[in-house]
Ligand binder design. Sequence first.
Ligand code: ATP
Ligand code: MG
Length: 313
Amino acid sequence: METLWKLNKLSKKYFIRGLTGAEEITALDSVEMEIFGGETFGVIGESGSGKTTLGKTMIRLVEPTSGEIYFKGSKITGMREKEFIKLRRSFQIVFQDPYRALNPRMAVGNAIMEGIREGAGRAQKKEKAGHMLELVGIAPERIDDFPHQFSGGERQRVAVARALSTSPSFMVCDEPTSNLDLSIQAKILNLFIELKEKLNLTYLFISHNIKIIEFIADRVAVMYAGRIAEYGSTARVLGNPLHPYTKLLVAASFFKKTETDKIPYKVEKQGCPFSRLCPDVREICRKEKPELMPAEEGHFVACFGFTNNFAEY
Ligand SMILES: Nc1ncnc2c1ncn2[C@@H]1O[C@H](COP(=O)(O)OP(=O)(O)OP(=O)(O)O)[C@@H](O)[C@H]1O
Ligand SMILES: [Mg+2]
């Protein structure tokens, strides 16, 4: 498979001014991974683990503090805006809340037409917008309706149509179904799958629900405190988890605790961020951060434990 994205030691720190002075937040910490063209790459992790920052940094909505991002072999970190502008249209993001992408005072057809390339006439654009609506399962006759006239699920479909209007090849899907009723979630997930096939898309699919990731993702990265704890094919990572945090996630899901917030989350500042909660914690885990290492073909884990070399420590 073709490597579409390559992230090299990608880090993002935020500096905020709080009541007690300046505070530094590490949202991403040396993230290293590759995404293949045409796959759905899942990202799972607790709130605050850096999932959204990862997606936004990749498509340059957020500037990284350090590290490099390669897209189709070209380095896009540090690329001039003039050059990046050609790529900008091919990257899109769909948020949990479709109102973030839709102006409540604009008819949905107009919102979709905004994204369609200049050059086409208005009638042509409108026809295309209608086609986009059809593609996401909304009757094209509703082109002049406003966002509030749609149900939650329909509104998310419209937001997807708007995202598709720039003909993207890569889409960050940031928990796009977590605001929806369970019955509608499945329909929207199926829509994403269908669109990916029809339009040759690649997804970074963010969720804090292990069942959704299991259903939709070809490969998955498990994030903890801005770092990748483990990544590889979804079947291997969730079927044979190697990182103690992933093990906990998988075990909890057997008891129908499928959301990451059902799992304790306490970040240790020094050493491995999971060391405070880890049942297998060793001396070294409190001092050093484990790097991602290959555990088996295409399966990586950042844990001093997986090597079975505990005795050494
Ligand atoms: N603009 C910002 N300014 C300051 N801190 C930020 C900003 N954006 C994110 N952060 C912090 O960075 C960390 C990672 O945030 P991020 O939104 O990427 O997490 P997440 O995994 O997407 O969480 P959630 O599941 O709640 O969406 C958090 O500690 C968050 O508070
Ligand atoms: Mg988020």
